[in-house]
Design a protein around this ligand. Structure first.
Ligand SMILES: *Cc1c(COP(=O)(O)O)cnc(C)c1O
Length: 443
């Protein structure tokens, strides 16, 4: 599952005690395991080897450039949703041709830069966006490739904020509209519309939604081929594979592959290129958040552990009501956790609200969580925080962004420095007047 395990009642990150890392790096901090990252990537690659897919790591799940580099060195491409992520991918040494670029709101400038860089595929979210990309490519005297994001109206049975493949979401176009779009644009000279993109939501704890939507798009591909002489060269299955927020919660890469691979093997033999866009399944379990208890406060029946990191460093509990397993980095022998469960059943646990320093009632990491008793100064580990953790951190309440560290065996590197107080002011210290005369109506 990951390399964050208890030895002699003490949490280790690979071969280093979490407490030693926290002392050296400070808290709050994100700690990633190199071994877990590469294991997850390698297992995914092996599971889907029969399809020889291009695995485009979803940068938005954890964008640190050292992590992008690590995956790029192993042959990963990147899945992007903004010009900022393109910049990151290029700086990490990824070839633009190995990048796919989704996102409902690409600006003209972002599109131009991506064409200039030689982006592998635009994953296109609407007819209007297709027309804009094609027009920009024509203006630049360039050509590019597009995959139409199809919203197959399949329910991934996950949080409504992260459901993206249902009809009522803003993503992609439905099957009917996709057919019409391929008819209309399938022979465009500047943006070759020859791919199909799916991304159903996240996390998806079953292969069924993938299977259902693959059947739907394969039928469409055959129809386009027969009736419009349009050859689909690339099928991008998106991301969404699960992570273990509790022990053994998620299927393994091999479990997804067992259902998906047989549907596509023949097609791949006939030249279809498969793309995967994993984020959470690689990074979720590969990172923890370390935060220190500043105060323990009781109020009526409630006990609060007030920590130095809250919604500002890890937004998922507040934003999605997400469950993250939390446990002290040092525990009494009887409290060594064998598994990570929502309701840990051990003698001597007490319900605690784990909260942050932010001035919001919604600033919590866990509510009424059975935990071993905690005291001021204790270090807490928040597990499965590697994906959609640091990337959603904010500076709310003028809190500097936390540090990130990468563990490799018994070594640890800071891969992002904790921000300083001056960093917080960096873009504010020299106000300047801007010329608005050109923008004023003349009449
Ligand atoms: C977020 C996202 C992903 C990654 O999803 P995970 O659940 O982290 O695997 C992949 N593709 C697109 C288009 C996305 O928006």
């Amino acid at each position: 599952m990951d390399a964050f395990t208890y030895r002699q009642n003490e949490l280790y990150c690979e071969d280093l005690p979490a407490e030693a890392i926290a002392e050296a790096v400070g808290t709050p901090c994100y700690v990633y395991s190199r071994r877990t990252i590469t294991d997850h990537y390698d297992r995914l690659r092996e599971a889907f080897a029969a399809l020889d897919p291009l695995i485009c790591y979803s940068i938005k799940s954890c964008g640190n450039i050292s992590i992008c580099r690590l995956l790029a060195e192993r042959g990963a491409g990147m899945d992007l949703v903004s010009g900022g992520e393109l910049h990151r991918a290029l700086r990490a040494g990824v070839g633009a041709a190995d990048c796919v670029y989704a996102g409902v709101g690409k600006t003209d400038q972002e599109i131009r830069r991506a064409i200039e860089a030689g982006i592998g595929w635009f994953n296109i979210e609407s007819e209007a966006e297709f027309e804009n990309i094609s027009a920009i490519a024509r203006e630049m005297n360039a050509t590019c490739r597009g995959a139409l994001r199809i919203n197959p109206d399949v329910d991934p049975r996950t949080h409504r904020y992260t459901t993206t493949g249902k009809k009522e979401t803003k993503f992609g176009v439905d099957l009917e509209r996709a057919r019409a779009a391929f008819q209309k644009y399938g022979h465009d000279a500047h943006c070759r519309l020859s791919g199909i993109h799916l991304h159903l939501g996240s996390p998806i704890y079953s292969a069924d939604p993938y299977v259902e939507s693959i059947h739907k798009v394969l039928a469409l591909m055959d129809e386009l081929n027969r009736e419009e002489s349009i050859e689909i060269e690339m099928l991008d299955l998106g991301g969404g594979f699960g992570a273990n927020y509790t022990t053994d919660q998620s299927p393994l890469a091999a479990d997804y592959a067992r259902e998906i691979v047989p549907l596509l093997e023949d097609r791949v033999r006939n030249g279809l290129k498969i793309v995967l866009e994993p984020g959470r399944t690689i990074m979720g379990n590969a990172g923890i958040l370390l935060t220190r208890v500043l105060y323990v406060k009781t109020s009526g029946e409630k006990t609060f552990a007030i920590c130095d990191g809250g919604m500002n460093v890890l937004l998922r509990p507040s934003h999605y009501d997400a469950f993250h397993f939390i446990w002290p980095a040092r525990v009494a022998a009887e409290h060594t956790p064998e598994r990570r469960e929502k309701d840990m059943a051990m003698p001597g646990l007490v319900p605690i609200d784990v909260v942050g320093p932010i001035c919001e009632t919604g600033d919590f990491l866990a509510i009424d969580r059975p935990l071993p008793p905690v005291e001021r100064g204790d270090l807490l580990a928040v597990f499965t925080a590697g994906a959609y953790g640091m990337v959603m951190a904010s500076r709310y309440n003028a809190m500097p962004l936390p540090a990130e560290a990468l563990v490799d065996g018994d070594q640890v590197k800071i891969i992002r420095e904790r921000e300083s107080l001056d960093d917080l002011l960096a873009h504010e210290l020299t106000p300047r007047t801007v010329d608005v005369t050109a923008a004023r109506p003349t009449s």
